[in-house]
Design a protein. Structure first.
Length: 492
């Protein structure tokens, strides 16, 4: 296949409005709609409903899609967007351990207006589409190319046997980076489903010889040990753990589609859920965390699979006593507020409560979904205030109101907590990146939380020592010249 000489022009009036990436959400959305992206924006609104505010404060959403692409073997990931955005996303990706190159197709006002950017993207994917190196090439439109209507859907579906997947992930359409993971995961699953419908597909590498047991696909970027733990839980039920979505290689998508049921461990994967539903697979929410969470989840799964009650009870009984014992050996006696933007906040809060913690508030940047309802109801029945699409202001208000022994949250929440001498932990790196399921998860949080709480006296000593530094007249350096000129500051 050769690159076409045809140039696809983009509407000049639309592009002129959004040539800068600081045009504002309303301008961007209007421009994208005028450029033919209305259906895409409507799907985003349906999959990732916003409100009560427009958008939570978190990192660029496109990081989620980029992360999914970079974690997959034999997959090239290319960004199309403003240089400053690409720099930030690349930096963040490598900060979090990405070991693959991030592709970038640069543009200027002229190439954006004339449609040359699309031609450059198409040329780039042709150059990358080497079947000896890649199974797929992913192209991600950021805000400006999306608002300008750069038509990634006109890229060829495959080149030399390499799949080409183009997605729009604008900050004005996808609220959080967690939900952006779903944008790419869902697009890949849709592509794989079309391949399965067209005929036989390649066998996933490393698939067990015994394929007779029904498998349970798992949705969510979970800790690797959790997949193994769930697999052991399923054995007494005559089931096995299937692939985890997002997958690490393309062929795992086929095995995932071949599952008997889907566990929506992270509840915000709306596009992924839609593809599984289209494939006729039943879905269940929540996760096997703690005693009650594990019991309820296994019972629900058994009902979904129409298993005999004796087999369900055997699986439950094999887990509960061990989980209960680990929780009793690793208690958490603390008042906690918890917030984050990973989408696993509710199941973490459940585990903390079963560990003995008094969780007063849970804020998640993600929206409420069918798969989070059970966890939300359970938490509220235990006196927890649950806030979906929580803002930074919501999280800080909860921390100030409940005065917790420890605050678990995003970077600005942790920063504010330390200013108040409240022990705090960053949810993404220190809490969500741990085992949570079953026996392995039961004691995983106690040590880090109890250690942080034990350091409160150290925080108070530092606060006393540095009292007033960094605020008011003690902000920055006050030279005699500045003091005389401003009439403020001075020694103190």
């Amino acid at each position: 296949m050769t690159v076409s000489d045809t140039v696809i022009a983009v509407d000049r009036d639309t592009t002129a409005e959004v040539a800068g990436c600081h045009a504002g959400e309303s301008v961007m959305r209007d421009a994208a709609a005028n450029a033919g992206k209305t259906a895409q924006l409507e799907q985003f609104d349906q999959d990732y409903p916003k409100g009560p505010h427009d958008q939570p404060q978190s990192m660029c959403p496109a990081f989620g899609s980029l992360r999914v692409g970079l974690r997959m073997r034999r997959t090239a990931t290319v960004l199309s967007g403003s240089a400053c955005c690409v720099y930030g996303l690349t930096f963040t990706s490598h900060f979090y351990g990405a070991k693959r190159t991030v592709g970038y197709v640069p543009f200027d006002s002229e190439s954006l207006v004339t449609g040359k950017l699309f031609e450059d993207i198409r040329e780039a994917v042709h150059e990358l589409a080497n079947p000896d190196e890649y199974d797929a090439v992913v192209v991600i439109n950021l805000c400006v190319p999306t608002a300008s209507g750069v038509p990634l859907d006109l890229l060829p579906d495959e080149i030399n046997g390499v799949r080409i997947i183009g997605i729009d992930v604008p900050g004005f359409g996808v609220p959080t980076h967690a939900e952006a993971k779903d944008v790419l995961a869902g697009a890949m699953l849709r592509y794989a489903r079309s391949e399965v419908q067209a005929g036989p597909v390649a066998r996933p590498a490393g698939l067990e010889t015994d394929t007779t047991l029904p498998s349970i696909a798992m949705v969510g970027e979970i800790f690797p040990v959790d997949a193994i733990t769930i697999g052991r839980m399923l054995q007494p039920m005559g089931l096995k753990a299937g692939p985890v979505i997002p997958t690490r290689e393309w062929r795992e998508l086929y095995a995932a589609l071949d599952c008997a049921a889907v566990a929506m461990l992270h509840p915000f994967y709306a596009a992924t859920a839609r593809e599984f539903k289209a494939a006729g697979r039943p879905l269940l929410g929540s996760a096997p965390v703690g005693v009650e969470g594990t019991r309820d989840w296994l019972a629900h799964l058994g009902d979904v699979m129409n298993l005999p009650k004796k087999r369900i009870d055997a699986a439950i009984n094999a887990q509960l006593s061990a989980i209960r014992g680990v929780l009793q050996e690793n208690p958490i006696d603390a008042c906690i507020t918890l917030s984050g933007y990973e989408g696993s906040e509710l199941i973490v809060a459940r585990l903390l409560i079963e560990s003995g913690a008094n969780v007063r508030y849970v804020g998640t940047a993600c929206a409420k979904s069918d798969w989070s309802i059970h966890d939300c109801e359970w938490l509220e029945s235990h006196g927890v205030s649950v806030k979906f699409r929580a803002s930074l202001e919501d999280d800080l208000y909860a921390m100030n109101t409940f005065e917790p022994d420890i605050a678990i949250g995003t970077t600005p929440v942790v920063q504010r907590a330390k200013e108040l001498s409240i022990p705090s932990l960053y949810f993404t790196n220190l809490i969500s990146a741990r085992p949570l399921m079953g026996v392995a998860g039961a004691g995983s949080l106690a040590q880090v939380i109890n250690t942080a709480i034990a350091g409160r006296e150290r925080f108070e000593a530092m606060e006393s020592f540095f009292a007033g530094v960094g605020s008011g007249a003690k902000t920055g350096i006050w030279t005699p010249q500045i003091i005389s000129r401003s009439g403020a500051g001075g020694p103190g």
